[in-house]
Design a protein around this ligand. Structure first.
Ligand SMILES: NC(=O)c1ccc[n+]([C@@H]2O[C@H](COP(=O)([O-])OP(=O)(O)OC[C@H]3O[C@@H](n4cnc5c(N)ncnc54)[C@H](OP(=O)(O)O)[C@@H]3O)[C@@H](O)[C@H]2O)c1
Length: 438
């Protein structure tokens, strides 16, 4: 680190940027005690320099001119908290080439262009520090890259999207419908104005791709991860799951079995005794299973101003001590020849399933559906069938079937057949059930 301390610039002064300024400016004694020297925020680049800001940036210049950062030889480290793919990608590349280290919270640009950006960083002998890009304030990347590095990681699973977890918790605990829960999440700042990438599972898949790189050293294109979101989830399924002793969670999961890696993002039924069932609201959690350390659970705030800024500023401190550069070199991320198992899209472990059919309440209906399941070798663990309400004769009724462990493909084939029956009145619903504790 230069004797004068570090000179910083930041691109973006929104939710995370505001938190970063607070942590850098409002605790000088604490930062001094860490012995990292002064951290001077010199320039902040924004889209609209006329906007009133929620925080005082002190002596920093607020500008829309990115060139004032990239061409400033005094700036050592740039914090990228503007988000999105472009111009973030081009700017990060230009900053690395101009000899600046980059701290970023941007999982989208890393999942999409990590390979290119890490290569540029290696060539320029600069570091990219990205703890804040997955699970906000939870130090999961440092744990996987450093503390757990001697382990062979067998499984990583977790709740990595706070927006979805907030919505699912509101649906489960307060009986809200999906649209109402989403509106509330937006009102409270837990969901963006356009929540598409969160609720359709893309955000979780991008984070899972980054986790998989670190946990399994495998090359993963996030787009090839099979992903289902929560946007088509019906509150009826949340209620039936609760009746059976489960909550529904959007899980991002990676597992190595037989030398092959499977990855998926999907809503699953999680038994209420499972540790991930206790993760409520906007909280995140990641479970890691290592061959030496066993089972670990990391949980905490996966987003928000100060939790995310906590990880961003930790990255700056790591660069100030030289740890960040060392870790980056050791990580060998996104290299041409990854050491880990190949990711096989479409490879899925067996699981139990929750199935909901919408059927005509007629004698023999249950038998016809169970016989289709039987023909596909799927055995049934339990059945719930509610009676048609007396005042609604002829209305279709839900039939819930919990299966024993079965192959995903067989279950899907059997549903295609069942949905062709005239007694099945709407497309059936199929959700996997997370494995019980081992
Ligand atoms: N929010 C969270 O809890 C959270 C958690 C983990 C990771 N992240 C990641 O952190 C990053 C920032 O998120 P955020 O929630 O802080 O975003 P945000 O509140 O929308 O703020 C974005 C900031 O970037 C600036 N900006 C956008 N486009 C720009 C451009 N072309 N040139 C210059 N400045 C530009 C905006 O400027 P103006 O203010 O002038 O419009 C704004 O200050 C994203 O990558 C996000 O995925 C966020």
């Amino acid at each position: 680190m230069p004797a004068t301390g570090l000179r910083l610039a930041m691109i973006g002064l929104g939710t995370v940027g505001t938190g970063v300024v607070k942590l850098l400016t409002q605790r000088p004694e604490h930062l001094r005690a860490l012995g990292v020297g002064p951290l001077h925020l010199k320039t902040v680049v924004v889209r609209d320099s006329g906007k009133v800001r929620a925080v005082d940036v002190g002596s920093a210049r607020v500008t829309t001119d990115f060139d004032l950062v990239v061409n400033d030889p005094e700036i050592d480290v740039v914090i990228e908290v503007m988000g999105g793919i472009e111009p973030a990608r081009t700017r990060i590349a230009a900053l690395l080439r101009a000899g600046k280290h980059v701290v970023t919270a941007n999982k989208a640009v890393l999942a999409e262009h990590g390979r290119e950006l890490f290569e540029i960083a290696r060539q320029a002998d600069r570091a990219i520090v990205f703890e804040a890009s997955v699970a906000g304030g939870i130090p999961i990347l440092a744990a996987l890259a450093e503390t757990l590095s001697v382990n062979r990681i067998q499984r990583v699973s977790g709740i990595v999207n706070g927006t979805c977890n907030y919505i699912l918790t509101a649906m489960h605990e307060r009986g809200l419908g999906y649209a109402e829960a989403l509106l509330q999440a937006q009102h409270l700042g837990f969901a963006e104005a356009d929540p598409t990438l969160d609720v359709n599972g893309s955000d979780a898949a991008q984070k899972l791709a980054i986790l998989a790189r670190l946990a399994f050293q495998s090359r993963v294109d996030w787009r090839s991860i099979r992903r289902l979101g929560i946007d088509e989830l019906h509150s009826m399924d949340i209620q039936f799951a609760a009746e059976l002793g489960y909550v529904i969670k959007l899980l991002a999961e990676g597992e190595v079995a037989g030398g092959r890696l499977s990855l998926q993002v999907t809503p699953k039924l999680v038994h209420k005794s499972h540790p991930l069932a206790q993760i409520r609201g906007e909280y995140n959690a990641v479970r890691v299973e290592g061959d030496a350390v066993g089972d670990l659970l990391f949980s905490g705030k996966g987003a928000g101003e100060l939790p995310t800024a906590s990880s961003v500023v930790a990255g700056v401190l790591d660069l100030a001590t030289g740890r960040g550069q060392q870790t980056f070199r050791a990580l060998r991320l996104w290299e041409e020849s990854p050491a880990g198992p190949a990711f096989e899209p479409g490879l899925h472990a067996k699981s139990r399933f929750y199935l909901r059919f919408t059927i005509s309440d007629k004698p023999g209906t249950l038998a016809r559906i169970t016989s289709i399941l039987g023909e596909h070798g799927i055995s049934i663990a339990s059945v719930i069938q509610h009676e048609t309400p007396e005042n609604e004769p002829g209305q279709p009724v839900p039939l819930i079937i919990m299966t024993h462990e079965a192959e995903d493909e067989r279950v899907r084939q059997s549903l295609v057949e069942a949905d062709r029956l005239e007694i099945v009145r709407a497309p059936s619903v199929c959700l996997p059930v997370a494995a019980h504790e081992r």
